[in-house]
Design a protein around this ligand. Structure first.
Ligand code: SF4
Ligand code: SF4
Length: 325
């Protein structure tokens, strides 16, 4: 590569606040020399750019299962991600232990399990969280339905989530290779599901709670996270030993963006829920899981897909693609 050209490109892109690593530094999964400079001067801006660029350019961000599914390969699963940051020293992660269960990791706990020989105080750590908003085409496909899931929605839930797994791996890898040891908690070998006394089915790391901590949204009546791009989305998170300025949380109430809690109105997700799993009292996780089983059967019989996807509560509602309050 021509050094002069690369340098010009680096300076131009940096000036636009876009991470060069995602553009020039991804060959073989290793960051370029310019990415090294960029990630040292402004690591949070750099990694946000890496996440956006990977989502924009990866052929895995699609509704396809295999490369020969041309029709689906041309359809992306996700729009441009939102990215936020929380300090590993944020006391909210200790509150999650009270709220979710003692088994829920703090960033420091999962980091020390993944990197036992790398000392780090909670404040040395950053939680990087992202939201992958579902595309309009995918949302519209389910919005039209009232009973059974639409194929694009099921494909986004299954194959789009495989891309999200790639993204978690890629981000953790990119950070670690750039000198910021990082772990994706939900891919970590010790990640487990648990029964929470208060919340029933729960796990050692909740990416929705990480996104809440990183200023990306609040919870709705149906338990999904309502973000500035709505709640038809998937989220992801990585914990890294990396400095970053936390993203401000523009809320103090964990239900601030839901019309039901904020204004005593709406309840559209109650009417949309195909499994009668939502009432004015909240979300019944077991009824929801049962309904996912129904969609598994439907997806197999009608689309030949081994998977599931419900999400009626995430579409055809005022919070589908925006904050409704
Ligand atoms: S549909 Fe209405 S009640 Fe349900 S989560 Fe969205 S805003 Fe809240
Ligand atoms: S995922 Fe389906 S069953 Fe579960 S709450 Fe949403 S609409 Fe109801």
């Amino acid at each position: 590569m021509n050094d002069k050209l690369d340098r010009r490109r680096f300076l131009k892109t940096s000036a636009q606040g876009v991470a060069i690593a995602g553009i020039a530094g991804t060959a073989g999964g290793f960051p370029s020399i310019f990415a090294q400079i960029s990630n040292k001067t402004n690591p949070s801006e750099w990694i946000a750019g890496v996440i956006r660029e990977y989502t924009a350019t990866s052929p895995r961000n699609s509704l396809k299962k295999t490369d020969d599914e041309e029709k689906w390969a041309a359809e992306k699963a996700w729009d441009e991600p939102l990215v936020g940051f929380a300090s590993g020293g944020d006391t909210i992660f200790n509150e999650y232990k009270d709220k979710v269960g003692l088994f829920h990791w703090t960033p420091a706990e999962v980091f020390s399990l993944a990197f036992p020989d790398t000392p780090a105080s909670p404040e040395d750590l950053t939680v990087i969280a992202w939201i992958l908003p579902a595309r309009e085409m995918v949302r519209a496909s389910l919005r039209k339905e009232t009973k059974n899931p639409a194929e694009p929605w099921v494909r986004a839930r299954m194959y789009g989530e495989l891309f999200n797994e790639d993204l978690r791996r890629y981000v953790a890898d990119m950070l670690t290779k750039s000198g910021y040891p990082a772990v994706a908690p939900t891919l970590f070998k010790e990640f487990k599901t648990h029964q929470s006394e208060k919340y029933g089915f729960a796990s050692t790391w909740s990416e929705r709670h990480a996104a809440y901590a990183a200023g990306l949204g609040t919870f709705g009546l149906c338990d999904a996270l309502i973000t500035p791009k709505g709640k038809a989305m998937r989220c992801g998170a990585v914990v890294a030993k990396m400095p970053a300025t936390p993203t401000p949380r523009p809320y103090t109430d964990h239900h601030a963006y839901c019309l039901h809690y904020a204004k005593g109105a709406c309840g559209a997700c109650i009417a949309r829920c195909a499994g009668k799993a939502i009432t004015a009292a909240g979300h019944d996780k077991m009824a929801c899981i049962k309904q996912l089983g129904v969609t598994t059967q439907y997806a197999k019989e009608h689309y030949g897909i081994d998977g599931y996807g419900c999400g009626f509560c995430q579409t055809g509602t005022p919070c589908e693609s925006r904050i409704p309050v």
